[in-house]
Design a protein around this ligand. Sequence first.
Ligand code: AMP
Length: 194
Amino acid sequence: MKYYIIFGPPGAGKGTQSYLLAEKFKLKHISTGELLRKELEQKTELGLLAKSIMESGQLVDDNTILEIMKKEICADNEEVKGFILDGFPRNLYQAKALDKLLSTSGRKVDAVISLEINDDLAIKRIQHRAQIEDRKDDMDFETVRNRILTYHKKTEPLISYYKERGKYFPVNGGSDIEKNFLDICEIINKINNE
Ligand code: AMP
């Protein structure tokens, strides 16, 4: 069972690439953002709790996210060859908790594939997405700005965490979807053949 993390700031294209990768490599795509938006849509207690945090561009509390994650990561079946984690982990606490969770059953993170893009491009992409998808946190400029700031402050430190462990694989996220996909496939094929 392989565990890949797709990493990058909001707007990097993590969702799009995860979808393509899940199809090609028979991976289960877990997007914590999507799971939270579903909770929100269904107006569950969790969804209502997360709503204002998501709309302010901050991170939902770690224990809530870890509970969601545990459930999803255990729900594997024979057809699934691995997982692609999108939007998780988002900070060091979550990264360490993931390592611990996987290690209890002899598993590990295989690779962190990072779509590297600059803030200007991230903002441009999010503004474009806002016209297509109905995401509240994409529509408000202040929220977008906060999400990018949160990324730099809380999520970016994970780069050294995974680099130190030899698991960080960057690609130029500024390329188009097809090129990004080819670059990522190359990395995954290499890892699968190791
Ligand atoms: P995303 O779709 O990944 O951009 O996530 C949308 C929002 O959901 C984020 O801005 C956070 O408020 C929340 N969220 C998603 N994943 C996490 C996570 N791993 N930890 C904390 N909050 C998260």
